[in-house]
Design a protein around this ligand. Structure first.
Ligand SMILES: Nc1ncnc2c1ncn2[C@@H]1O[C@H](COP(=O)(O)OP(=O)(O)OP(=O)(O)O)[C@@H](O)[C@H]1O
Length: 286
């Protein structure tokens, strides 16, 4: 892992974010920064508010208080459909692809976020439209090659194994050329081997393409392997922020997962590779 620069302005800055559903404070005063080039992961037990944070960043929900800035720009007034054009792409917990289209077609559809030509230019297939189409094809083919999907290029999504569909979803997000990639539980439904492959893809996306990754994930082996920093949430609030190792040994986090700190060992033992300490102790909340 490369370790992101802490001196430049953050790519994403979340401050005092709140949203309530009826009596449930799904997100309750959450703040964090995501630095350019890092893999930043949200963890926490079911119902902690992680996906709601994603939905607030994607503008699917409106925050009741607080702010989200992306590249220094407030996202509060940005329409949900305009988010992708700003360079934010997303995958979903439950894969959302066009099942009866091929892998290539799914990627082309995803890429159309970049098409800004008017009706008449498209109708007459103007030189500008042709240039855009060529760039689209080029980019989509690049992504197919990058994620090793050549074999499935012309296959209908509906016929693909689940693990491949997860990679296609990732490909569709990459085809939009994001600066910030939101991954909602990339390992859900994957077996151990596929989860290992997913870890490689995430590392390659960050290291080779320079894309910043904000991820929600339950599998702590994947989290430890790819994350620079981890933010743990419970009941809508921030419990701890630090390296994967720091957060996993934080008593509040252990208690939130297991109910009692006495059962902590079972959280530490499985596949939890200790990470080199890169974040000062002070950043970990007590
Ligand atoms: N649209 C909604 N309407 C009502 N309640 C909601 C809505 N979205 C989320 N919630 C509630 O907000 C809380 C946080 O949910 P959220 O899905 O963000 O948790 P999570 O940490 O992503 O959980 P999981 O790991 O199970 O996906 C939960 O109590 C959930 O029931």
């Amino acid at each position: 892992m490369s370790g992101a620069s802490q001196t430049t302005a953050p790519l994403l800055s979340v401050r005092d974010l709140c949203v309530q559903f009826g009596g449930v404070r799904a997100v309750d005063g959450v703040s964090f920064d995501v630095q350019r080039g890092e893999v930043f992961t949200l963890v926490g037990p079911n119902g902690a508010g992680k996906t709601t944070v994603f939905n607030l960043i994607s503008r699917i929900y409106n925050a009741s208080a607080g702010s989200i800035e992306y590249e220094g720009r407030a996202l509060g007034q940005v329409a949900p459909h305009a988010i992708a054009r700003l360079g934010i792409a997303r995958t979903f917990q439950n894969i959302e692809l066009f099942e009866h289209a091929t892998v290539l077609q799914n990627l082309l559809i995803g890429r159309h976020v970049h098409h800004a030509h008017g009706f008449w230019s498209q109708l007459v297939f103007s030189p500008a439209v042709r240039r855009t189409e060529r760039a689209t094809r080029r980019k989509v083919e690049e992504v197919i090659e990058f994620l090793d999907l050549q074999h499935y290029r012309d296959t209908l999504v509906t016929g693909l194994p689940y693990g491949v569909r997860k990679v296609v979803e990732l490909a569709r997000a990459l085809a939009t050329e994001p600066k910030l990639l939101l991954l909602d539980e990339p390992s859900s439904g994957l077996n151990v081997e596929e989860t290992g492959d997913m870890a490689f893809w995430i590392q390659d996306i960050r290291n080779d393409l320079g894309i910043t990754v904000l991820m929600v994930e339950h599998d702590m082996s994947l989290v430890s392997r790819v994350s620079d920093r981890v933010l743990a949430m419970s009941q809508g609030r921030v419990l701890a922020l630090g390296t994967p190792a720091q957060v996993q040994s934080h008593p509040g986090v252990i208690e939130a997962y297991l109910g009692t700190a006495g059962e902590a060992e079972s959280l530490r033992r499985p596949k939890l590779v200790a990470e080199p300490e890169r974040v000062p102790e002070a950043e970990v909340m007590q």
